[in-house]
Design a protein around this ligand. Structure first.
Ligand code: COA
Length: 107
C-alpha cells in the first residue's frame, strides 16, 4: 500500500510503511516536469521490489509528465532500477558529487 504526503506546494513524499518506514520517494513537480529528488529503501528491505513499486506508481500517475532525476554514475543499484523503468541518460554533470559525476536521466 503506497501512501503519499504533500510536503509543501511542490514536493510530495510517497512511501511504504508497515511497523516502520520501508521505502520512500520524494518528487518535486514544477510545470510539466516531475523531478525525483530522493529515493531510499531501508537496508533491511532492499532488493524486494519496494522502490520499484513506488516509482511505478508515480510513473503511472504522471503519464503526461516528463520525469527527470540525477544519480551518481557509480550508483549501480539505482541506475539499474531507473533503467529498468525506462529512464535514459540524457546528459552528465562532472564533479556533481564532489569528484564524481552525475547522470541526468529522463523518461
Ligand atoms: C537504490 C535503492 C533505492 C533501491 O531500492 P530497492 O527497494 O532495494 O530496489 P528494488 O528492490 O525495487 O529493485 C529494483 C531493481 O533495481 C535494481 N537493483 C536494486 N538493488 C540492486 C543491487 N544491489 N545491485 C544491482 N541492481 C540492483 C535491480 O534492477 C532491481 O530489480 P531486480 O531485483 O528484479 O533485479 C536502494 O538500494 C537504496 O536505498 N540505496 C541507497 C540510497 C540511494 O542510493 N538512492 C538513490 C539515489 S539517486
Amino acid at each position: 500500500m503506497i501512501n503519499s504526503q504533500k510536503l509543501n506546494d511542490f514536493d510530495t513524499k510517497y512511501f511504504i510503511k508497515e511497523n516502520e518506514e520501508i521505502s520512500y520517494v520524494i518528487t518535486r513537480g514544477l510545470y510539466e516536469i516531475l523531478d525525483i529528488t530522493d529515493v531510499y529503501t531501508n537496508e533491511k528491505y532492499r532488493r524486494k521490489g519496494y522502490a520499484r513499486k513506488i516509482l511505478e506508481y508515480i510513473i503511472n500517475n504522471n503519464i503526461d509528465k516528463k520525469i527527470m532525476l540525477e544519480v551518481n554514475e557509480n550508483n549501480v543499484p539505482a541506475i539499474n532500477l531507473y533503467s529498468s523503468l525506462g529512464f535514459k541518460t540524457i546528459s552528465k554533470r562532472k564533479n556533481y558529487y564532489k569528484s564524481e559525476t552525475a547522470l541526468i536521466m529522463e523518461r
